[in-house]
Design a protein around this ligand. Structure first.
Ligand code: GLA
Length: 382
């Protein structure tokens, strides 16, 4: 059984008290996310359809005197810094850079005090479930009341995205942070990453349809180059089409262009993935799960063949899922998140979820059922 948010908060508070010799006074949590469809579209001003999941990053803190101690309980890693001065990224700084980056961004809104911080959680790292965004948004959510500011969900998400760009050197899009700040329990979110308009769409009842995460165990690191390379290809494609972003491209424009090879393929992926995402949102809203499932499989094929961000383990899990379609209970499956490893998301009939998880896990993957969770929030320690 996954620990509940209350249990996580309790564990974090206990760990904090053990280490720092006093109870924490502030706490906040933010969810991870699974993206149902709309992959590598957010940084092209496109559409995404993620849902927040009941896996959390939890931070607890209290004011500290001379310097800040930032402690990742589960990794047992510690970073010491002066949050009242302008922080700079730590070389190979891991989780610490997410917290420092957020402090750096929010410093414009108010003076950051020094803090002792303990961080824990259940969003697996590097599994494609947006663990870094969950950490950033949780810490930003904890800091806001201390600074007496409330940026609102979209501005807060943008501040966390900037933190990641500057402190983690990852040119990520804004999907993960927006999902954490705008989430609604029981719903997926259709997000227009250009206007930042968010439309919640109800997921089918969890008793009927399960959302399964198949973690291949293959770990990616967004900062290791593949992701940035993808972004570059998309930017080159937009430029080659005479556009500011691929959001404004269509297949007609592509057909008449001179784009070649992988740059052309990237453009085709983004154009079609945006279309698929809008169709998928419509299908989810009207309960047409068969269409939604089909679109998920098509999305995976495009990420594998056109954008080339899948890997053999992800392909094998999606293929295994495809073999269990229809009567066997799988509705759709695809890789989720940046790719290069991480997880597959599968929608399946809930009564068969356990059996399906067993079959998919046979290849060594770890399967878990997740539920659409609510947004980041401050937590009450009383
Ligand atoms: C990562 C990034 C997101 C998004 C996805 C791919 O999760 O953080 O912004 O680009 O990859 O869709």
């Amino acid at each position: 059984m996954e620990p509940s948010l209350e249990q996580l908060l309790h564990a974090a508070a206990e760990a904090f008290a053990d280490r720092f010799g006093r109870p924490p006074r502030y706490a906040a949590a933010a969810p991870g996310r699974v993206n149902l469809i709309g992959e590598h579209t957010d940084y092209n001003d496109g559409y995404v359809l993620p849902m927040a999941v009941d896996r959390w990053a939890v931070v607890v803190a209290d004011r500290a005197a001379a310097s800040s101690t930032l402690w990742a309980v589960d990794l047992d890693e510690c970073v010491t810094a002066d949050l009242t001065a302008t922080p700079s990224p730590i070389p190979a700084g891991g989780f610490g850079n997410y917290l420092l980056g957020v402090a750096d961004q929010l410093a414009a809104a108010g003076a950051i005090p020094n803090l002792d911080v303990a961080l824990t959680g259940t969003v697996p790292i590097g599994a494609g479930l947006a663990s870094s965004a969950a950490i950033e948004v949780a810490f930003a959510t904890l800091l806001q009341p201390l600074l007496g500011v409330d940026l609102g969900p979209s501005e807060l998400a943008l501040a966390c995205q900037r933190a990641e760009h500057v402190f983690a050197a990852t040119p990520c899009g804004v999907m993960d942070m927006l999902t954490a700040t705008h989430a609604r329990a029981g719903h997926a979110l259709l997000i227009d990453c250009r206007s930042l308009r968010v439309r919640p769409i109800a997921m089918p009842p969890a008793e009927r349809i399960a959302t399964l995460i198949v973690d291949t165990g293959v770990r990616h690191d967004l900062a290791d180059g593949g992701y940035a390379e993808c972004r570059r290809r998309c930017d080159d494609a937009a430029r080659g089409l005479g556009l500011g972003s691929l959001r404004d491209a269509d297949l007609g424009l592509l057909a008449g262009s001179t784009l070649q090879g992988r740059v052309r393929n990237a453009a085709r992926h983004v154009i079609c993935e945006n279309e698929r995402t809008l169709l998928a949102a419509g299908a989810l809203a009207t309960g047409d799960l068969e269409t939604l499932g089909e679109l998920m499989f098509l999305s995976h094929a495009s990420l594998r063949d056109l954008l080339e961000v899948s890997c053999p383990e992800l392909d094998a899990a999606v293929e295994a899922a495809a073999g269990l379609r229809g009567a066997d209970g799988i509705i759709g499956a695809r890789m989720t998140g940046a790719g290069f490893g991480g997880s597959v998301v599968a929608l399946c009939r809930a009564d068969g979820a356990e059996h399906l998880a067993g079959t998919l896990a046979a290849g060594g993957a770890k399967c878990s059922v997740v539920h659409a969770a609510g947004p980041a929030r401050p937590l009450d320690l009383a």
